[in-house]
Design a protein around this ligand. Structure first.
Ligand code: ZN
Ligand code: ZN
Length: 721
């Protein structure tokens, strides 16, 4: 019998089943490995391991009291491992990546009223009793917080017999009542109703990929909610998975879901406690979690019977996981749906080119929502040619943008300034010798943060105070912040508009779903006049009073020059533009650029998205880039650069050659050093019909592995750093 362990190994090991327990594939078991006990899963899929000598087999210790990993989840794990070339055990780890899963929670204690009165009533005691009189039993910490009393007050009441302690099922607290598809939903527009009908027609019809495309503000969420309602109605056991790219979006979607279905879905993301993760895992396995809304790793939950998968903001780069198992969650979600034989809906205002091409060829079905909901019009987009603007040195807001901001602030409306750069400045340089400060494990400039006080690496956790002396030339007092980040922009805005209420929304000021929601509430309640944000503000929210969007540096995303730079910039800027004027008030967007003639800027100004996609596609096709060709990267890394280079040379000498593919490299990665490791890269380009994984597997098999050099394979790479 084979047991797959959630370790970085490709093999399932042979074990002897315990005599008294019948084990089935998918069962979660504990087995001996060396001197340790390890959790693994009885595996029936492919495994490269030769059968072990029966006499040397060790015996499975025990079966854990957990539901088995369903066959559909096991085959999905096999599929992801084969496609991404990640070790099978590493992929399994994502499927059971919850240490709390194996530690049944202790029963929780909750307190309820007995009906007895306390010997003496105090204000604190009264608050506790009022709280519990009106609601269900609550835990000690919960009561202490809600009634603003000390733990001693609650314990005292329990000793007097006023409160009784009740044991409750610790996992039960996480399970919400099931969502009710019959809760009356909002009234849909004709366009929304038509789109919803098209999605609903696919429920229960087997696998299909549908693309729900509609401009920001067209009401896509309400449309896919109707498909969810239909899936829930279709079968009392049906489950639905909704993937979101960003934790900051979660709260808003959960709230809207609750308003539509009368209950919250199960959520799944990195912020959850161990117990909440355990509850979500068990809920997915038992079917009790009818709807799960989560980040990309929710794909690996052991769903019992998925009836629908939704990938919201499908074009979002955050769906690509760049560490450990390198995979694209949107693409793997399509595989998940096809293995579960259920439909999947990819949702976006600006679909990825990959998805667009699949629509053109008829592989995916496109469902289009043409208009903004409620009659709101699309914003007017105008370029500001920065070559002609007389912008003051050390400032990033042109006179033209400043004038519009001023008019907007004076009119009492809200404005958004978009700059996709965290911190105060992207680099610190020495004015004497021109060197960028780079003093850590990574070959990337340190970013200036906290209004010029600190330098921080965005690739590892290194940080230091802003140095007074240049390490290179020894000059004193010459190190200055170079270029703009959102903090510096905030400084500029505050100096321009001392009366305005200004705040920054970036991943280091808004870290959790709760903080994001609190920030969004401040915008909605009009407690802010000017919001300065990174890509975090580009997504999904409704701000009725926001009527002006200023894109501070529209060219920023184009400078990297990788194959998706144009596409990504277009998507991002179009999403930001969509924040303006979503309700009755029309919006305006000002785009500061040094290249207004660039196709991305032209597409934005003219609103000709379809034309932009056609041109992008034609260029990619002519060059054989994805999605018209296949691409994979090999990233070699290690603590010793000579070893990495030697291994790269050894691989280069065995590089496969053929008419239908090319191996480029090795070359030092743009970030040649990252978190203390030296990095060199290969890129493999192939025609679409080439089995690129097979090619790479055969190639790597010819060169002995080197323990000091890690070779990571990135199939369909999105990052070229
Ligand atoms: Zn210097
Ligand atoms: Zn670093």
């Amino acid at each position: 019998m084979r047991v797959l362990l959630p370790l970085g190994l490709d093999l399932a090991y042979d074990y002897r089943p315990p005599p008294e327990i019948a084990l089935q594939p998918g069962d979660v078991v504990e087995v001996p490995l060396g001197t340790k006990r390890r959790v693994g899963v009885v595996w029936d899929g492919e495994s490269g391991a030769p059968p072990a000598d029966p006499d040397k087999l060790r015996t499975v210790h025990e079966k854990l009291p957990l539901p088995p990993l369903p066959a559909t989840t096991r085959r999905f794990i096999d599929w992801v491992a084969r496609y991404t070339m990640a070790p099978l055990g590493s992929v399994l780890r994502m499927g059971i990546a919850t240490p709390a899963l194996f530690q049944p929670s202790r029963p929780a204690i909750a307190y309820a009223l007995t009906g007895a009165e306390p010997e003496r009533m105090t204000g604190a005691r009264q608050r506790v009793m009022d709280l519990l009189r009106d609601g269900p039993p609550r835990s000690l910490s919960d009561i202490a917080e809600a009634a603003a009393v000390s733990d001693g007050v609650i314990r005292g009441l329990a000793e007097q017999g006023v409160l009784e302690a009740i044991e409750s099922d610790p996992d039960a607290g996480f399970l919400e009542p099931p969502p009710d598809p019959e809760t009356p939903g909002p009234v849909l527009s004709q366009a929304q109703a038509d789109a919803a009908a098209q999605l609903k027609a696919h429920i229960d019809g087997g696998y299909a990929t549908l693309v729900l495309e509609g401009v920001t503000g067209s009401g896509k969420t309400e449309v896919y909610f109707e498909a969810i309602a239909e899936a829930l109605r279709s079968d009392p056991e049906a489950q639905v998975l909704v993937l979101l790219p960003e934790i900051a979006l979660t709260q808003a979607v959960l709230d809207r879901f609750e308003a539509r279905f009368g209950a919250r879905p199960m959520s799944w993301h990195s912020d959850l406690t161990g117990r909440a993760r355990r509850a979500a895992w068990l809920g997915a396995a038992s079917g009790a979690a009818r709807v799960v809304v989560g980040a990309r790793s929710a794909l690996f939950l052991p769903f019992r019977s998925l009836a629908l998968v939704v990938v919201d903001e499908e074009h979002d780069p955050a769906y690509k996981q760049e560490e450990q198992v390198i995979y694209h969650a949107r693409d793997m979600a399509v595989v998940r749906a096809s293995l579960m034989k259920c439909p999947i809906v990819l949702v976006s205002a600006t679909p990825s080119l990959e998805t667009m091409v699949n629509c053109w060829t008829g592989k995916y079905h496109r469902v289009h929502l043409p208009v903004r909901h409620g009659g709101a019009t699309l914003p007017e987009i105008t370029a500001i040619d920065m070559r002609r603007e007389d912008t003051q040195r050390g400032r990033w807001i042109s006179p033209r943008l400043e004038a519009d901001l001023r008019a907007n602030v004076e009119a009492g409306e809200q404005s958004l300034l978009f700059l996709n750069r965290r911190g105060y400045a992207p680099a610190a340089i020495c004015k004497a010798c021109g060197t960028r400060v780079m003093r850590d494990n990574c070959s990337a400039p340190l970013v200036v943060h906290r209004f010029g006080n600190r330098l921080q690496c965005h690739h590892c956790d290194f940080s230091m105070p802003m140095p007074k002396v240049c390490a290179k030339c020894g000059a004193e007092g010459m190190i200055v912040a170079y270029g703009p980040g959102v903090e510096r922009l905030a400084e500029e805005v505050e100096a321009m508009f001392p009366e305005a209420r200004v705040a920054i929304m970036a991943s280091d000021t808004v870290r959790t779903a709760r903080e994001a929601q609190a920030f969004i509430d401040r915008i909605e309640k009009h407690q802010l006049d000017i919001v300065i944000g990174t890509q975090l503000v580009t997504k999904g929210h409704h701000f009725p009073m926001l009527t002006l969007v200023g894109i501070v540096d529209a060219d920023l995303g184009l400078s990297g020059g990788d194959l998706r730079a144009g596409e990504r910039t277009y998507q991002q800027l179009w999403q930001v533009a969509g924040r303006a004027g979503r309700a009755e008030r029309p919006g305006r967007v000002l785009v500061q650029t040094y290249m207004p003639e660039h196709p991305v800027m032209q597409a934005l100004i003219s609103g000709d998205g379809p034309g932009f996609y056609r041109n992008e596609a034609a260029e990619r096709e002519a060059a054989g880039w994805p999605p018209y060709g296949r691409l994979a990267a090999l990233i070699l890394s290690g603590p010793n650069e000579a070893d990495v280079v030697a291994h790269a040379r050894a691989l280069a000498s065995r590089a496969p050659r053929g008419a239908d593919f090319t191996v480029l490299g090795p070359a030092p990665a743009p970030y040649v050093r990252l978190r203390g490791r030296f990095r060199h890269r290969f890129l493999v380009r192939a025609r679409r019909n080439i089995d690129i994984q097979g090619l790479i597997r055969a190639w790597l098999g010819q060169v002995p592995e080197k323990s000091s050099v890690r070779v990571a394979v990135d199939i369909d790479p999105y990052s070229f750093l």
